[in-house]
Every structure is written in C-alpha cells, then in structure tokens.
Design a protein around this ligand. Structure first.
Ligand code: 13P
Ligand code: SF4
Length: 327
C-alpha cells in the first residue's frame, strides 16, 4: 500500500504523539521563556488553556493587556478578531493564534462591503462597533466598544448625534434599553448566545429556585428578561464573587465557569442549556485552540496575524478612542 509522505505539521504531531508522556505544560512554559512571550487568554477557552495563561480577561481587559504588552511575542488564546485586535494595538509584536480557523459567527455576520454601503446610506451617523468584528469593520468605525463599556461609551455621545451600532443586534438592543438612545442596529448575532433556550432556562430556575440567573448581553431579549445580572464575562465573574448567593445559572459560554469555580470553590454554577441536547453551550470557534496547537504554534512561531498596514492604521483610531473613553 502506498502511503503519502507526512506534511511537516503532521511530523510535528508525530513527534509529540511518539514522545508520550510529554509534559505539554512544561514544554509550553520553556518555549514561553525562550520566546519572551506572554500568553493572553479569553474566559471561553478550554480550562487547560486558561491555566497556562499569564492574563485571562474579557475583550476590554485583553485589549488593554495587548496594548501594554512588553514581551516580544503575544500568544493569543481566543478567536481571530481578538488576536487581530492585539496586532492593531501592538503592531511590532509577533502575534500568534494557535488556529487561524478560530473565527466568530458574529464577526462573520458583518461583511465589510455590505457594511460600507450601510454606512454610506446613513452619512450623518456615528459608527460604534462592538469589538467582535473584523479589522475591516473596525476601520469603517468611529469608536469601538466591548460588552463591558458599550453603555458608558454610548452615554458619552451627544444626545443629538445619530448612531449606527454594529454588528450585534442583541447587545445593541440592550444598550438602547440601558441608555434610552435610539440607534440604528446592524442585524448580526452570535450563534452561541442566540441558541439559549428560554423554556429550558425557566425549567432550570424551577429546579434551583435560590439560584441567581446571570447572563451576557449577547443573549436575546427573551432570555435577558429573566436575568438578575447582565454583564461582560469579567462583569459576571466579579458579580458571583460579591453576591451572597450560593447558586448561579450562567447564561453564556460555559468556559467562564472555570474561573468562577476557582474564585469561589464553595459556590455552585449551573450552565444554562442551549436548544440542542447538550447540557452546556461551548463556542465551536474558541474551542478550536488546544494545548497541542499552542505548543506547535510557539515552537514554529506560526501561524501569526498579519495585517494590511493601511487597514491597521484605520482600525487603530476607533480602538484608541475606546481606550481613551474607558479610563
Ligand atoms: P466579553 O468577554 O468581552 O464579554 O465578550 C464575550 C464574547 O462573546 C467574546 O467572544
Ligand atoms: Fe463569536 Fe459568539 Fe464565539 Fe464570542 S462566543 S467568539 S461572539 S461566536
């Protein structure tokens, strides 16, 4: 039987697989020193990946960490738009993402050509875009926001200034409710937060009557109306630490529960179920990153994020406005 020669990346995998037991945690720690790298991770990463990170945060915290990073290499454990944001803010660093296919359904729901036309149709509008979008969309925006600062940023805009809010219609609707501002919404959404089941959430609350429901603002309005607290991932994590309740139903990607459990080991966290038969809701893009891929990425210094310089500079301006408005 003819066997094709393995590709270089397959050889790498064989080296790992043949060297069992390989201590990937130690190998990654050694590479981190060699590369003078920092590992930034989002809360939706697999718990093993959160445990190797130097910094874990929400999109705002990760942007601030990337902007202030002094290391030579940023290993980004998150999705593409997050690593891209790190490169926009800190272009002289080598920014590595373990799997370039780690995209985002919300970012994909806003194609730049259609958005440019939408913007051109409303020339008097200020464009505020949620950070979960591509560099091209950031370049078309006036200000970027995250789920942690969207309400505060919109509140700083003069009342007579019309606003386009993109790409998440659910976060946009939530911001409209909180600020009382009219905004023109782009019709995008996150597949993970859209599939939470209101019926199953209500049933879960009947089983855990003392639990507080905490939710991310990317969820739909019919789910958010049951929430006792709504916030970014960092907001949710802080909330469970200061609440005197012992049980929480968590309506966001279940990866965030890892840090909640570490911070408050005696509290109980119940992931809210999606419409499918699964018990919890994981982002298929976030979960493409694995320990093995992190090791290979650091070893090969690839794949890295490369950006068109013109787009990067245009995307930097609204990012800087966000950081200035968030202090
Ligand atoms: P935050 O961590 O900023 O709340 O964002 C959640 C999210 O969906 C990231 O993809
Ligand atoms: Fe995108 Fe939703 Fe996954 Fe976040 S959870 S990366 S918004 S698809």
């Amino acid at each position: 039987m003819f066997l094709a020669a393995p590709k270089p990346e397959q050889l790498d995998r064989q080296v790992i697989n043949n060297s069992i037991p390989i201590d990937l945690f130690k190998a990654i720690a050694d590479l981190k020193k060699d590369l003078n790298a920092v590992i930034l991770a989002h809360y939706y990463q697999d718990p093993d990946l959160q445990d190797i990170a130097d910094y874990i945060g929400d999109s705002l915290g990760l942007s601030q960490a990337a902007a202030n990073c002094q290391a030579d290499v940023i290993v980004f454990l998150g999705v593409h738009f997050m690593a891209e944001t790190a490169k926009i803010l800190n272009p002289h660093k080598l920014v590595l993402l373990p799997d370039l296919d780690a995209g985002c359904s919300l970012a994909d729901s806003c194609p730049p050509d259609r958005f440019a036309q939408f913007k051109a149709d409303h020339p008097d509008h200020l464009v505020i875009s949620y950070i979960n979008c591509s560099a091209e969309i950031k370049a078309l925006s006036d200000i970027i926001c995250t789920s942690a600062n969207a309400v505060a940023i919109v509140n700083q805009i003069p009342k007579d200034q019309p606003i386009i809010f993109a790409p998440d219609r659910n976060l946009g609707r939530y911001v409209i409710e909180q600020t009382g501002r009219e905004m023109l919404l782009w019709d995008g959404a996150c597949m993970v937060h859209e599939i939470f089941s209101e019926r199953k959430l209500v049933e879960l609350k009947l089983s855990y009557p003392n639990a507080e429901i905490i939710a991310h603002p990317e969820c739909e309005a019919n789910v958010l109306r049951h929430a006792d607290f709504i916030g970014s991932t960092t907001g949710l994590l802080k909330y469970v630490q200061q609440s005197d309740r012992q049980e929480f139903i968590v309506v966001t990607e279940s990866g965030v529960i890892h840090q909640m459990q570490k911070a408050t080991p005696f509290k109980k966290f119940i992931p809210a179920p999606p419409n499918s038969n699964c018990a919890c809701n994981e982002c298929p893009y976030m979960r493409l990153n694995t320990l093995e891929k992190v090791y290979l990425t650091m070893k090969n210094r690839s794949p890295e994020i490369i950006l068109n310089e013109q787009i990067r500079q245009a995307a930097l301006k609204p990012m800087q406005r966000m950081l200035e408005m968030s202090v």
